[in-house]
Design a binder for this molecule. Structure first.
Ligand SMILES: Cc1ncc(COP(=O)(O)O)c(C=O)c1O
Length: 492
């Protein structure tokens, strides 16, 4: 076989065994085996209609049989209608009768205000593509090998500069470890803490259930720490979202920050700072990272999931010196190292200033959305108090006590998916449950935004003080999706 045979064309996997033997010895036997194998591959759907088969010359060379054997097999299958052969377009799998159309799948709700996602349509495709092109062009050969479990140095250097400048983090590139988003970082820390003998991690009474489950999966118990208390006996670390508490939306006060850092220093505990949306603050200067208060007791977690997109699966940790080797060891055992090309692309994206530009543009967009949400609620559901809106991509809508479930159900009935605050409440919290919605306002597409807001207001009115479910609120019954108007910019 010459080199050109080995490199030309496409591979085709065929099970030749039985057909060849069944067909008898010699060329005819091989041909029969080939015909049977190709027919089976088409019949089973493995080779889809339209798939181009290798030329008879190439397949013959690949199988080590005479070219005529393959040509004859193709001809037989063309004659039988399994394949088509047309000059210029080669031999292809023939179209088969189209199966009767299945009834359309049931689709989900028309609108969604479920929190957690940024505006995916706002992903900066052109700038990311330019960064990816530069990254691929400039990547040294060694970037395609097994790298440092901490991640690419190019990215760690740029991240350290950015985090110090924009988030007030004490970040030495040597202390930065890249990972696949916050959840991956939390898994790594969970393993490290467990190995160090930690058994319980404190969390806010309202937290993302997924993160509690993740810690439980790592073998750690989560314990609610009420805002007025210090972590109890046996708690070895506390998970926090200081810049914008998820889901309640408050910022950790300066006093509480100092109190918790004091606890960590005295008890030898660790603070795990989840800075998931710290870039998006609307009312004043950004709230700096807690890590800046004590880089040796706070593990800082950052992510590209809100600032860019969760699908990138890129996050980063800044790790206290005492934990660094253990975290790097856990990272090596987890996935060895994150994808080098994605990291190099993000490094290019940040170094070029595109990250800052993107964050600033999105901050404006999200702020506008937040203002429109507040204006729509002030007009359409004035009995609802909105909180947690100074930052981030979600708001908390305080409801009359005991109405959360009925609002969620009313919204679902109108085609809108919303989440209640109760989903996030730690089952061991001693606080009385609050009735509220957690509304993510970043992700609805522009075309759906106005009807989404109208539907939300309709659901709130239907269950509000004057309009218990199924009774008409003053001014008319709950309006269907699409009704009503959203005003432009509201309160700043
Ligand atoms: C509180 C909180 N932390 C972190 C994240 C980001 O997680 P990841 O980086 O794994 O996508 C989210 C995303 O929804 C979140 O809500």
């Amino acid at each position: 076989m010459t080199e050109s045979w080995a490199t030309f064309g496409a591979d085709l996997h065929l099970e030749l065994g039985t057909g060849g033997q069944a067909g008898g010895a010699g060329g005819r036997g091989v041909r029969a085996g080939l015909v049977a194998a190709l027919r089976e591959a088409v019949r089973s759907g493995r080779l889809a209609a339209g798939t181009r088969l290798p030329s008879s010359r190439q397949l013959a060379a690949d199988l080590g049989v005479a070219r005529n054997t393959v040509a004859d097999a193709y001809a037989e299958l063309v004659a039988a209608g399994w394949l088509t052969a047309r000059q210029g377009s080669g031999t292809r799998v023939a179209a088969r009768p189209v199966p009767p159309a299945r009834p359309p799948e049931r689709t989900g709700p028309a609108y969604s205000l479920v929190p957690g996602s940024p505006d995916l349509a706002g992903f900066p495709r052109a700038a990311w593509l330019a960064a990816a092109r530069r990254a691929l062009t400039e990547a040294p050969h060694e970037a395609f090998g097994y790298g440092d479990p901490r991640g690419r140095n190019e990215l760690r250097v740029v991240l350290a500069e950015y985090l110090a400048r924009a988030r007030g983090v004490y970040a030495d590139p040597g202390r930065v470890v890249t990972c696949a988003g916050f959840v991956h970082g939390l898994q790594l820390l969970g393993r490290v803490l467990l190995d160090r003998g930690v058994r319980a991690v404190g969390v806010d009474p309202y937290t993302l259930d997924i993160h509690r489950d993740l810690l439980a999966g790592a073998g750690l118990t989560t314990v609610p720490v009420e805002p007025s208390e210090l972590p109890g006996e046996g708690v070895g670390a506390v998970l926090l979202t200081p810049a914008h508490q998820f889901p309640t939306g408050s910022a950790l006060s300066a006093e509480r920050r100092a109190e918790l850092v004091g606890w960590a220093r005295e008890s030898g505990g660790w603070l795990l700072e989840d800075d998931y949306d710290g870039e998006f603050r609307y009312d004043r200067q950004l709230v700096g990272a807690l890590q800046g208060l004590d880089p040796e007791r706070v593990v800082y977690f950052g992510t590209a999931s809100k600032s860019l997109a969760p699908g990138l699966r890129i996050g980063w940790l800044v790790v206290p010196a005492a934990l660094l080797d253990e975290v790097v060891g856990a990272k090596g055992l987890s996935d060895w190292t994150s994808s080098a090309l994605e990291q190099l692309t993000l490094a290019q994206f940040m170094a070029s200033g595109a990250y800052d530009r993107h964050v600033r543009a999105m901050r404006l967009r999200y702020r506008r959305r937040r203002d429109q949400l507040c204006a729509a609620l002030a007009e359409g559901a004035p009995h609802v108090r909105v909180s947690g809106v100074a930052a981030g991509l979600h708001a908390v809508l305080e409801l009359p006590p005991g109405t959360e479930r009925s609002v969620v159900a009313a919204a679902a009935g109108l085609g809108l998916r919303v989440e209640g605050l109760s989903r996030y409440r730690h089952p061991d919290s001693v606080r009385p449950p609050r009735s509220a919605l957690v509304v993510g306002y970043a992700s609805p597409p522009d075309s759906a935004w106005s009807p989404t807001l109208s539907t939300l207001c309709a659901a709130l009115r239907a269950t509000g003080p004057h309009g218990r479910r199924n009774s008409s609120p003053p001014g008319g019954a709950a309006q269907p999706p699409g009704a009503g108007r959203v005003r432009g910019a509201g309160p700043g």
